[in-house]
Design a protein around this ligand. Structure first.
Ligand SMILES: Cc1cc2nc3c(=O)[nH]c(=O)nc-3n(C[C@H](O)[C@H](O)[C@H](O)COP(=O)(O)OP(=O)(O)OC[C@H]3O[C@@H](n4cnc5c(N)ncnc54)[C@H](O)[C@@H]3O)c2cc1C
Length: 506
């Protein structure tokens, strides 16, 4: 029997299997396909996801396929700049460029290779899950290969990462809630030659034009993407033909300036699963939610799901926490996804306003809000905090937000904080607090393996002031950080910390 079975080896399933594998959890993962999908769907990701890749040990290996995301400039009805989304200025809060573009098939190949080499993970490609049974203490699946041979796999828990049309989600009867977005868009990926590159905008663009809203994204190297709204009188299938696509691209490029990598029509949805757990089955990634790609967050959301769930599963499987911890996955992730999707929808509605009068009003409002001078706002500002779930009940500003990751000076060269402290429970203390904090930390259950670290202690000098300025902004003396880097609690006296640690006892 496996501890966990993961259905689907796309980005969500691969990260889930990898995070479980790192903890030595006996994991089975299968995918009905034998190869990574060779065309990019996701093009953008953020620093939170890079931190997960760092944990998996692939941050350096995927660097060749990544570039910083340029600013996105929004242009209104009369071609005027109305909004600009940027990235946070250095020093970067999580130790990586906050917003990146990447080549999905290449990144996924590195991820799969890493996970496939983990001793406690068994990968079966070309195997489709065709049946599923749950009991009080296990989940059993039937996996069938291309020749029609079936076998049974049993695990204590199952994570369904089998994509938007999830077989598992349907089998366990979980329904999707419609968050009210339903529009046809054409997505075009293009490899541009030197002649074409010279003509194209040097930043990413949002053309907020009522007759044809459109997004232009600068991908890595010569990869460029357009997401183009399909009008009500147009046939999405016909719009995806090379002829129709080139006609739409003619504003920017001619066929001798680029090659089409892929073009496909999508119905952009905003959907979230009503429940995220059925007995011992959890759903994650596109199986649990879909959102329009305006902020490049779909895959990021799936990886957040995996990061949130896997440390909790490891705790329960290692008998460090009770099963109730697993319910916090559903509360935290459903709330986060729903809130972020509504913000993404807001961007979609802003870009995609089809009424000319309302679009002019939008332009005037946005310009009035910034006093006529558009100021770049970081994309990361859009991320909500976690609410409810496994978090300290005291409502401190920091609770449910990501704890930063600083570069720490070392004799040879600086290293990222997680590489030094690991990715378990951590207690970070201001440098000048008294020893009552360490005494309070001693109340933590040994199974929590709490790592206590004072700022500026020998061997822990940060080079850029990221941690110091975080503590100053948050006005706290200690931060208790979960294995997925979210702040469990922030404290100003050691008794409160001790009380919080008591709550965490299994
Ligand atoms: C046009 C477009 C642009 C996007 N841009 C971005 C972006 O910039 N940034 C971003 O973060 N996200 C983006 N996304 C979203 C992102 O691509 C998806 O959210 C992400 O790929 C979902 O990953 P997943 O692993 O959950 O699902 P999938 O990638 O769909 O993987 C599911 C896997 O499960 C397997 N499977 C299915 N059924 C079974 C079964 N019964 N048995 C075994 N295996 C099975 C499939 O073969 C597949 O490999 C975009 C999406 C689209 C469509």
């Amino acid at each position: 029997m496996f501890d966990v079975a993961v259905v689907g080896f796309g980005p969500t399933g691969a990260v889930a299997a990898g995070l479980l594998g790192l903890q030595g959890i006996r994991t089975f993962v299968c995918d009905e396909q034998t190869e990574v999908y060779d065309k990019p769907r996701a093009i953008a990701l953020d620093h939170e996801i890079m931190r997960v890749f760092q944990q998996l040990g692939i941050a350096e290996a995927i660097e060749p396929f990544m570039e910083p995301f340029t600013n996105s400039e929004f242009y209104g009805v009369d071609g005027q700049l109305i909004k600009c989304m940027s990235t946070v200025a250095p020093p970067y809060p999580l130790g990586f460029s906050p917003s990146l573009v990447f080549t999905q098939p290449a990144l996924e190949a590195v991820l799969r290779q890493r996970v496939s080499g983990m001793p406690s993970v068994q990968v079966k490609l070309g195997h489709q899950v065709t049946a599923l049974q749950t009991s009080d203490d296990a989940v059993s699946i039937t996996v069938t290969n291309a020749q029609g041979h079936s076998s049974q796999v049993t695990a204590r828990f199952l994570i369904a990462c089998d994509g938007a049309s999830s077989f598992v989600r349907k089998q366990v009867g979980i329904e999707l809630e419609d968050l009210g977005f339903d529009e046809p868009w054409l997505v075009v990926d293009v490899k541009v030659n030197e002649k074409g590159m010279a003509k194209l905008p040097k930043v990413s663009m949002q053309y907020c034009e009522p007759q044809r809203p459109c997004t232009y994204v600068i991908g890595p190297k010569n990869h460029r993407r357009w997401e183009i709204a399909i009008n009500p009188n147009e046939d999405p299938k016909q719009m995806a033909t090379p002829e129709a696509t080139w006609k739409l691209l003619s504003r920017w490029l001619q066929p001798d300036e680029a090659t089409l990598w892929r073009q496909a029509s999508y119905q952009f949805h905003a959907l979230v699963a009503k429940e995220w757990r059925h007995k011992r089955v959890f759903i994650a990634g596109d199986a649990a939610h879909q959102q329009p790609p305006f902020l490049g967050q779909g895959m990021c959301q799936g990886i957040r799901d995996a990061a949130n769930l896997c440390w909790k599963l490891a705790h329960v499987l290692h008998e460090r926490a009770s099963d109730a911890l697993l319910d916090s996955y559903c509360t935290e992730r459903k709330g986060h996804v729903t809130e972020l999707t509504s913000r993404i929808k807001g961007i979609g509605q802003l870009v995609g306003q089809r009424d000319l009068q309302k679009a002019r009003e939008r332009d005037a409002r946005l310009l009035a809000e910034c006093g006529g001078q558009v100021k770049p706002t970081p994309r990361q500002n859009v991320q909500p905090a976690l609410v409810g779930g496994c978090l300290d009940s005291a409502k401190h500003l920091a609770v449910g937000t990501l704890f930063p990751q600083a570069w720490i000076e070392q004799a040879a060269s600086p290293v990222r904080m997680d590489d030094l402290l690991g990715c378990g429970w951590r207690l970070l203390l201001q440098s000048d607090v008294d020893t009552s904090w360490e005494q309070a930390a001693a109340a933590a259950q040994p199974s929590l393996s709490l790592k206590v670290q004072r700022l500026n202690a020998p061997g822990f000098q940060e080079s850029s002031g990221v941690l110091a300025s975080w503590f100053e902004r948050m006005g706290c003396q200690a931060a208790l950080v979960r294995p997925d880097h979210y702040v469990y609690g922030a404290f100003n006296n050691a008794q409160d910390l001790q009380a919080a640690l008591m709550v965490l006892k299994p």
